[in-house]
Design a protein around this ligand. Structure first.
Ligand code: FAD
Length: 461
């Protein structure tokens, strides 16, 4: 069948829309969050229900089309799209149903994190996820998901109770602890390798207002702050979500003009509880530090801190990422960080260290596919700039920074902080002893590797 008759047939089967290269909204619809990636799929199937997803999966398999699954489109290397293939775009499958009695939340796979926070906040509940509200809940969840609530309540995958999935053969299954438990195990960290998730069931937790915000110090104090941070984290109360960043003060309002363009060491905090308790929790760390350039902590609704950075990172900028899991942070590693951070090619470029402790470490490494639970931090280096002419500069800086600090780090990295040029060895190092088991589950549910536009786990031979 020709590609145009294939697409015409698929279109007739969908309740949602099929956007092809002739459609007036094709250019807009194919844009990804990372402006550095420019893919031209054959068509984008904007599915609006499970039947649409089944039709699109069957179409791709029967016609041997490369297939990508798009949630929020935030993936660094743009794995939510594919050249010359079919994209299953979930962005219209957005329903959220909160059950306050069980504190569980059923989430359509097209939701962003912000959609989930919006729906759960009136119930005084939240699902642990990441720190930018426009990120898709699907891609974030399937590779792990960490953010401010992680130390207390675990990764997003640790709160995933059930998922509805369309498999490679077009059939529909539910993965839970008593139905297709091997599939649920794999979905809890193994990425988009096993099928198209159409909805998630999450455990939520009590979260209302938080004491949160950024505290920024002159980067000349960063060595001491990183040393104190390293000692502080294992003793810090788990209600305190916190990450450390090496960044630059942006040359725009509302940032203090005197410091525009200067390097900072940032502590971004989010305490789930009253302000007095949050200040008490932070005191052993910040009490001994010099005066910050600015301290914008305050009491706010949880969705406010979740969307605090959205405006600084709009869709379409140039991004190149590298990550690593970090076990210890010796002084020599801190020195390497500071040397590289000082060479930042743009004001938006950053390095963040997110704690991976508390509730994450109380789960056994083999209990979910996400097994790097003996790490202390998940580290990301991101070269970012709005100007396409700076794409090479932010890429080179990120790679050089990563090369300099990688010898101090563990072998693997958070898959959601990987690009697509890091090789299979990195994924094997990340999944460790879980990699072989993931390959077995892959063989059972997707033996022909239909779902391969992702951080790919090949079916076991
Ligand atoms: C600005 C920014 C901030 C971030 N902050 C955090 C953070 O704080 N914490 C964190 O953990 N991560 C964070 N991330 C990383 C984020 O988790 C990944 O980029 C993730 O891939 C985004 O998911 P998405 O659905 O938006 O991506 P997409 O590009 O839509 O999809 C990514 C991949 O997920 C898979 N996928 C998507 N939907 C489905 C589905 N329905 N079924 C099966 N597979 C699917 C596919 O394999 C696809 O290739 C951040 C990313 C950005 C850009």
């Amino acid at each position: 069948m020709s590609s145009s008759s294939t697409l015409t047939e698929l279109k007739s089967q969908l309740r949602g829309s099929l956007i092809d290269r002739e459609s007036p909204n094709y250019t807009e619809a194919r844009k990804l969050y990372n402006g550095m990636i420019d893919k031209r799929p054959l068509a984008i199937a904007r599915c609006c229900d499970v039947a649409d997803v089944m039709a699109a999966v069957n179409c791709a398999r029967e016609n041997k089309l490369a297939l990508a699954i798009r949630g929020g489109g935030h993936n660094g290397p743009g794995l939510g799209s594919v050249n010359d293939g079919l994209v299953i775009d979930m962005s219209e499958m957005k329903g959220v149903r909160v059950d306050p009695a069980t504190r569980t939340v059923r989430v359509g796979a097209g939701c962003t994190q912000g959609d989930v926070d919006h729906a759960t906040h009136p119930f005084g509940l939240a699902v642990p996820a990441g720190i930018i509200s426009t990120t898709g809940i699907a891609g974030l969840t399937l590779s792990g998901g960490h953010g401010y609530l992680t130390r207390k309540f675990g990764l997003t995958v640790d709160n995933l109770l059930e998922a509805d999935v369309v498999l490679a053969d077009g059939s529909f299954v539910t993965a839970s602890s008593d139905r297709n438990a091997d599939l649920l195990w794999a979905l809890r960290g193994g990425g988009g390798n096993f099928g198209v998730v159409t909805s998630f069931l999450f455990q939520a937790h009590p979260v209302r207002t938080v004491f949160a915000g950024p505290i920024a110090y002159d980067q000349k104090h960063a060595k001491m702050i990183m040393q104190r941070f390293r000692e502080f984290i294992p003793r810090a109360p788990e209600d305190l979500g916190i990450f450390l960043g090496l960044k630059t003060v942006l040359s725009c309002d509302p940032f203090p003009k005197d410091h525009w363009g200067k390097g900072i060491c940032l502590l971004m905090v989010c305490y789930n509880g009253p302000e007095e308790d949050g200040k008490k929790a932070l005191a052993p760390l910040v009490g001994e530090l010099p005066e910050p350039w600015f301290n914008w902590t305050g009491v706010m609704p949880y969705p406010a801190v979740q969307s605090m950075f959205d405006g600084l990172y709009p869709k379409g900028m140039q991004w190149y990422w590298r990550g690593d899991f970090v076990k210890t942070l010796p002084d020599a590693a801190i020195d390497a960080h500071l040397e590289q951070a000082a060479r930042s090619p743009s004001e938006l470029s950053l390095m963040h260290l997110y704690p991976i402790d508390g509730a994450v470490q109380r789960v056994n490494g083999g209990a979910t596919a996400w097994n790097c639970r003996d790490a202390t931090f998940s580290m990301v280096i991101a070269g970012i700039d709005p100007n396409p002419a700076k794409a090479a500069a932010v890429t080179q800086w990120t790679k050089a920074y990563w090369e300099a600090v990688h010898p101090f780090d563990m072998g693997g990295a958070y898959p959601n902080f990987m690009m697509d040029d890091e090789g299979e060895g990195r994924l094997k190092a990340t999944y460790g002893s879980n990699h072989a088991r993931l390959a077995e589950v892959k063989r059972k549910y997707d033996p022909a590797n239909l779902f391969r536009v992702n951080q790919n786990i090949k079916p076991a031979a």
